[in-house]
Ligand binder design. Sequence first.
Ligand code: PEP
Ligand code: MG
Length: 760
Amino acid sequence: MLDILRRIVEEVNSAQGLEQVLSLIVRRVKSNMGVDVCSIYLWDQKAHYLLMATDGLHPQSVGSVRLQRGQGLVGLVAEREETVNLHNATENPCYVYFPETGEEQYPSFLGVPVIHKRTVLGVLVVQRHQPIKFDTDQEAFLITVAAQLAGIIAHAEAVGDSLMPGDQEPSRGKPIHGLGGAPGVAFGTAVVIYPPADLDAVPDRKISDIQAEQLVFIDAVSSVRDDLQKLTDQLRGVLSAEERALFDAYQLMLGSDALVENTLACIREGNWASGALRKTIDDYVHAFDAVADAYIKERVEDVRDLGRRILSYLQKNGRAGYSFPPGSILVGDIITATMLAEVPIKNLAGVISRRGSSTSHVAILARAFNVPAVMGATDMPIAQIDGKPLIIDGYQGLVYIAPREQVTLEYQRLRREEEELSEELASILRLPAQTTDGTIVHLYANTGLIADVSPALNSGAEGVGLYRTEFPFMIRERFPSEDEQTQIYRQVLESFAPRPVTLRTLDVGGDKALPYFPIEEENPFLGWRGIRITLDHPEIFLVQVRAMLRANAGLGNMRILFPMITTVDEVDSAIRLLRRAHHELLDNGETIEMPQVGVMVEVPAAVYQVASLARRADFISVGTNDLSQYLLAVDRNNARVANLYDCLHPSVLRVLMEIVAQCKAASKPVNICGEMASDPYAVLLLLGMGIDSLSASAASIPRIKYMIRNFSKAKAEEILHLALEYEHGQSIRHFIHSVLVEHALDGLVHAGRANITAQS
Ligand code: PEP
Ligand code: MG
C-alpha cells in the first residue's frame, strides 16, 4: 500500500495545474481501489462544494453539481469532518440525487474529507455498483490518500491554472497564507533561490537565447561524461570489469535520447536548462516508477543521480547565478540568513520562506534590514513563480502572486498610510521612551551585521542591546581570526560610542550552522549550542573574548553577554575564561578594562536560578525566542506548529514576571532581547511588568517608543493585570488589540492605519 501511495503522490506532485492534479487523483484512486467511481468535490469559496473531477460519473456533471455544507452526503462529510461509509447511499436521509451524474447505478458510497491546515478543502468520494460497505482497509487507504494529497491540492488551488509557464493573468489571485516574519508591505518580483543540486527544487524559468542554453546543457553533460570516465579509470584496479559496467550503463544513459534529446526539446520550448532537465528526469522517473521490477527501479535511481550530477554542473557554470535587480523578493523552500546576507540590500524588497517562522534567524535579519518577510508559507508554489510580480504583507503573513489591480491599489494606499505614520514616528526619534507618568524604558537595537549598524544608529536606539556575533562567522568560510574579529567589533563599538554595545559570545548550533563547523544532531535545539560549544572549545572562546576586549580598548562602551546558560557553573567557567583573556592582554602590556558581563535567560531551568545568576552577572537579558520555544515545547522554526508558538501565552508571561521579580530583588537590570521586544502587543505587557530595557530590531524601535510614550506605567500595569485573567495567548492578543484601537494606536500593528480590506 505504501508503494502505491508513494507513486500516486509523486505523480500528482508533478502534475501541472489544478485540473490535471484532480483528474490524476480520481483516475489513480479509482484504478488502485478497483472501484467504479472516484470523484472529488472542492469548496468553491461561494458556499458550495463543487464537483471538480470524476472518473465514473457522467463527465458533463463536472462543474455543475454543487452542494452546500451539510447538504447531501458530500456536504455531510464536509460538515462532520469525518468519513461516511454506506452500503446503500440512496436510503440515507441526507442523500440528494443529481440526475446528470448517473450515480443511481452506484449505491455504495465512501466519502472522506480533504483537510489542509484545519480547513476542509473538499471531499474525496468513491462509489460502487455492489451495495456493500467498503471494508476498513479501503477506508484507511482513502483517508491516507486524502491526507497526503491535501497539501498538493491546496498548492494547485492557490496557484490556479494560471501560473504555468507562459501565462500572464491570474485566474484566482487568492493570497498564500504564511506567518508575519518582518512587518511591512513590499511590491516586487520573485527571485527563487533553491539549494544546489536539488532537482526537485529547481523552478521553471523562461529564457530567450535558446541556442546558448542548449550549449550550456551539452557542456554540462559532457563534463559529467568526463567525470564518469575518470571514475571508471580510477576504479580499474579496484572493481572487476563486470562491476565497472555500471559506469558504462551511465555513459549510455548520458547519451540517450530520453535524457539529452528530451531536455533539448524542452529547452526549445523556452525553459532554461535546469528546469528542462528537471522535467525530463521527472518524466523518466514516472515512466519507470510504475514498473515493479527491482532492477528497473535501481535504474530510476541512476537516472536521478545523473540528473543531479548534470545539475550541479549547470549550477557551477553560473547558470544558477542569481541576479538581484531592484525590487527582488527572495523566495525559497528555506531561505537562510547566509542567502539573505548575499543580496545587495538596496535591491532586496522582501523575503518569503516556505519553512521557518517569525523567530527564525532569517526573519530576525529581515527585520534588521527593515525588509518585509513572510515565513512558513508552506503553500508557496516556488517552482512556478520565478519572475512573477508579488505583493508581501509582512504584518499578516500574506503573499499575493500576480496580484489583481484592485489588490495592488489597496496595498498602495496602505503603504502611503504607513509612510505617513513613519514620518510621524520620525518626529519622536530623539525623544526618550518615557511613559506619560515619567517611567523611562531604555531602547536598544539588535544587530549582527555591519550593514545594519546605520539603521540602528538612525532608529533613535540608545545603543546595541544584542549584537549577534555569529552573523559575521556565518558569512565566512572559516573562523574569523582574532584580528578580523577585533576589527568587526571595533567598528560597531566605535559607531555607537559612548552608547553601550552588548556583544554576545558565539551562539551557533540549533538553526545557526557554520558551513565550516558542521554539527549533525538529532535534536539540535536540545543539543550542542551556544555556550555549550564555546566552553568545550576554549580556543575559539578565548580568541573571541580577547578580540572583544581589544576592540573595547580606549572606548569602554562594551558589555559581554553569554547565551544559552543552563547552569551556574557555565557562567563561572565563562567568566574565568574571560578573566584569563583579560590577564593575558594585561600581561602583554595592553591597558584594557574588564567589561560588564550579562547572562541570557533563555532556558527554563535558568528562570528559577535568576537570583544565583544575577549574583554572578552585572545584568540579565531574556532571550524570549528560545525561552518561549523551550517553555512551550514548540520548535521556533517549524511552520506546522507555529500557531502554538506564542510569546503571549499566559505561562510565558508569568515566567517573565518571575524573572523580573528576581532581578528587582537582586537589584540587577533586566532586558528583553528576543523578538517579543519588537512586538507592540507584548511591549505593553512588558512595560507593565517593569522591564528596564528592551532590545529590538532597529525598524521597530520608533513604533515601540511611540507606544510607550502613549501610555502611563500605571495603565500598563492595569492592562497586564487584566490580560492575566485570560487563559489563551490569542485572547490576550485580542484584548490588547482592543486597547490599542481604543487609544487609536492600532496603526502600529498592521499595514496602514486602517485594517486591511484587500480581498481577492
Ligand atoms: C533569543 O533566543 O530570544 C535570542 C535573543 O537569541 P537568538 O534569537 O539569537 O537565539
Ligand atoms: Mg537564543
